[in-house]
Write a protein that binds this ligand. Structure first.
Ligand code: DQA
Length: 145
């Protein structure tokens, strides 16, 4: 069985640390990825991180996960609230899926309250800042053993 975790970030998350820091904080996606990579390595897992502003690229990555990853940690950004196609791709994947949102989407505008991805996710974290990625990874590590 694969010992790789895919960390997938959707649109605008490449601007983490620069975009609306009062909501998303000042740490960059590179900071988050470096911390998660180290945490995964300590647990004997590999981490492959990707970010894309394009829905199709995210779907292609989820298809790759079917053969290459034991778990997906995904922050789909605004696609969370719109993308049945990402949900369908995740439904075609058998491994663990954890959904992460940096902000507490339920405390924000009503259009952020619904997530298509939550219909598939094994767990979801919202409002823990960028620490949510590490918390999700810790959960994946404990389940993967
Ligand atoms: C987000 C919340 C989404 O509503 C938003 O579109 C994002 C980021 C979060 O991490 O809090 O891009 O997924």
């Amino acid at each position: 069985m694969s010992r790789t975790v895919f960390l997938i970030n959707g649109p605008n998350l490449n601007l983490l640390g620069k975009r609306e820091p009062e909501i998303y904080g000042i740490e960059t996606l590179e900071d988050v990825t470096a911390r998660c990579t180290a945490l995964a390595q300590d647990a004997g897992l590999a981490l492959e991180a990707m970010q894309s502003n394009h829905e199709g690229a995210i779907i292609d990555m989820i298809h790759r996960a079917r053969n290459e990853a034991a778990a997906i940690i995904i922050n789909p950004g605004a696609f969370t609230h719109t993308s049945i196609a990402i949900l369908d791709a995740l439904n075609a994947y058998d491994g663990l899926v954890f959904e992460v949102h940096i902000s507490n989407v339920h405390k924000r505008e009503p259009f952020r309250h619904h997530s298509y991805v939550s219909a598939r996710a094994d767990g979801m974290l919202a409002g823990f800042g960028v620490q949510g990625y590490e918390l999700a990874l810790r959960r994946a590590i404990s389940l993967l053993g």
